[in-house]
Design a protein around this ligand. Structure first.
Ligand code: B12
Length: 282
């Protein structure tokens, strides 16, 4: 994609903390974007005027003073007044989580807080601008559901004495996945399912898991579309992955694993069950 992305980084209000804004401006420049920095103490009006004059694709607001709940929506309001709502507004600074959620509901595309990796911000801005221009698939969406929860067990038959006899669930046919060294039984539960994982041999990653942690939750699998592109986007954002390219899982649709250090110790699987329904090969 050849379009040079133009971003205005702005400091609204009386806040004098400029290090975060400068760090982000530099990171976006390093990622190949054209960045204009407003300097300190700008009113929302000045920011919107600068954004229109500079014909930017996005405005990044930085606020560490606590005035974000007033200043950020005012920028959105003025953009609307100017019929320039197509300019993406994102932001960051010392902003409590629930304020960030509320601001995102009001139309701020994303809020980044202290500790944010600059790589993640640059990857987000690039994706958001290209999506906005209709030049890229939409990836900045949450997963559509929990496809299944993987549970490591010594024996599927033994595990079914609880899930079958007491919770009255029924396991589907057992499938062997020799490449992963596991026998798998899916157990449908409402809109989701359990995936009971039994090791086929000592070399199986599930055997190693059982040895280290014992029986229990092994992974959580989220359903998402565009798995390959999403995996590339996550890598750009700095998320470590276990599966470099999607592969076909026990359910017959593409799957990929992210490293648990990215997700508070939980092994996360992303999968695209629609690819099976539509009969598309991964
Ligand atoms: C350094 C600092 C100062 C320096 C500022 C130097 C400067 N030129 O920036 C000085 C000493 C001047 C200062 C002064 C004050 N400070 Co001060 N300061 C800090 C401190 C310790 C670190 C901020 C910092 O530079 N972090 C490093 C940068 C790189 O991180 P960052 O700004 O958070 O940016 C990251 C993210 O937030 C995000 N981000 C930030 N902006 C943007 C923008 C976009 C578009 C995006 C995508 C992301 C993004 O990405 C960045 C990279 O990860 C924080 C405490 C803290 N730990 O955050 C308090 C803090 C921000 N200060 C605070 C206060 C109260 C003040 C004073 C009012 C103190 C006083 N009574 O005088 C004054 C106000 C000065 C003013 N005129 O506004 C409070 C704010 C409280 C609040 N908001 O509720 C804090 C949180 C301390 C605290 N715990 O109470 N401060």
């Amino acid at each position: 994609m050849n379009k040079k992305i133009r971003v205005l980084i702005a400091k609204p209000g009386l806040d004098g903390h400029d290090r975060g804004a400068l760090v982000i401006a530099q990171a976006l420049r390093d990622a190949g974007m054209e960045v204009i920095y407003t300097g300190l103490r700008q009113s929302p009006k000045q920011i919107v005027r600068a954004a229109l004059q500079e014909d930017v694709d996005a405005i990044g607001l930085s606020c560490l003073s606590g005035a974000h709940n007033v200043l950020f929506p005012e920028v959105l309001r003025l953009l609307k007044e100017e019929k320039a709502e197509d300019i993406i507004v994102f932001g960051g600074g010392v902003i409590p989580y629930h304020d960030a959620v509320a601001l995102e509901e009001k139309g701020i595309k994303k809020i980044f807080t202290p500790g944010t990796s600059t790589k993640a911000v640059a990857a987000f801005v690039e994706q958001a601008v290209y999506e906005n221009l209709g030049l890229k698939k939409e990836l900045l969406q949450p997963p559509t559901g929990v496809d299944h929860i993987g549970i490591a067990v010594h024996s599927i038959e033994q595990a079914m004495t609880f899930y079958g006899d007491h919770l009255h669930l029924k396991a589907e046919a057992t499938v062997e996945v020799p490449s992963e060294g596991v026998r798998v039984a899916f157990v449908p539960v409402g809109n989701t399912k359990l995936e009971l994982l039994e090791p086929l041999n000592e070399e199986s990653p599930v055997a190693a898991f059982l040895k280290k942690r014992g029986e229990g939750i092994h992974h959580v699998a989220f359903s998402t579309g565009s798995l390959e592109e999403r995996l590339e986007q996550l890598k750009k954002e700095g998320i470590p992955v276990i599966t470099d390219k999607p592969k076909t899982g026990a359910g017959g649709y593409p799957i990929a694993f992210l490293h648990p250090k990215a997700s508070n110790g939980v092994l996360v699987e992303l999968c695209d069950p629609k690819q099976k329904e539509e009969g598309v090969k991964s």
